[in-house]
Design a protein. Structure first.
Ligand SMILES: C[S@@+](CC[C@H](N)C(=O)[O-])C[C@H]1O[C@@H](n2cnc3c(N)ncnc32)[C@H](O)[C@@H]1O
Length: 239
């Protein structure tokens, strides 16, 4: 595991602690919607044979391990050491020798210019505020070779809710409420997270499209996959 720089700011340290604690139980099987989005990200990344691929906010490897099976190289980046250790163990168990992990926050990650063919991410960018998302996308454009591809799956709606977004939020709240007391606790916790801590900052699909274009990408697809989540993909314009 590469550790380019210690994670120094308090907000990022607290996020890494949060995901370290969740690593052991992180599993898409409890969240079929998340699995659907991950499948879609992998599909839109296309064939990665002989390609150098990066997974941003890789978690325990839901995208990275699948893509590493055919990619030339996989660089998996996350700020949770526990997530990366799980990913490394699974890569070893699967005999994958082309996987490198980097413990870093996306906000400060640096990779060599023109060193990557495909960048993917699933459900990590909503932990960044919109200007941070836009800034990472601009750096991602520098890391890619000409014609390179970026595919982002994430929670995609506005918390400054318009009517479509209000529907998504109410359906999330309703689903949680149906789970009884455990669900009511999640509602309270999530409301606190949304309103006070703002640890989750989803951006609507239209904002993603604008950020892609501003970073120098042609948007090749932008689609809602499940109520709360979508996938946006782009290709780097020739310089
Ligand atoms: C919801 S999980 C998704 C993990 C994985 N991509 C998946 O599809 O299951 C979010 C991941 O993003 C990571 N993360 C959150 N904020 C991050 C940041 N600022 N920089 C790097 N990783 C971050 C967390 O540690 C966690 O592993």
């Amino acid at each position: 595991m590469k550790v380019p720089a210690p994670i120094s700011d308090a907000a990022t340290r607290s996020m890494s602690g949060l995901w370290d604690r969740r690593a052991a139980s992180w599993d898409h099987s409890a969240m079929p919607g998340l699995g659907k989005i991950a499948d879609e990200v992998v599909r839109r990344a296309g064939s990665v044979t002989d390609r150098d691929v990066v997974d941003l906010g890789c978690g325990s490897g839901q995208l990275a391990l699948r893509l590493a099976a055919t990619a030339r190289s996989m660089v998996a980046v996350d700020l949770s050491r526990a997530m990366l250790e799980r990913l490394e163990k699974q890569a070893d168990d699967a005999g994958l020798t082309n996987v490198e992990t980097i413990l870093a926050a996306l906000q400060t990650l640096e990779l060599p210019a023109g060193s990557v063919d495909v960048i993917v991410s699933n459900y990590a960018f909503h932990h960044l505020r919109d200007p941070q998302k836009a800034e990472v996308l601009k750096r991602a454009a520098r890391w890619l070779r000409p014609g390179g591809v970026v595919v982002i799956g994430d929670m995609m709606f506005s918390i400054r809710a318009g009517s479509a977004d209000r529907e998504i939020i109410s359906s999330k709240v309703l689903n949680m409420a149906r789970k009884g007391p455990a669900g009511w606790w999640r509602i309270t916790k999530n409301a606190w997270r949304f309103v006070v801590a703002r640890k989750e900052c989803p951006a609507p699909i239209a904002t993603w499209e604008t950020m892609f274009r501003d970073a120098g990408f042609t948007v090749t697809s932008a689609e809602r996959i499940v109520a709360e989540g979508g996938v946006v993909s782009g290709r780097l314009l020739a310089p």
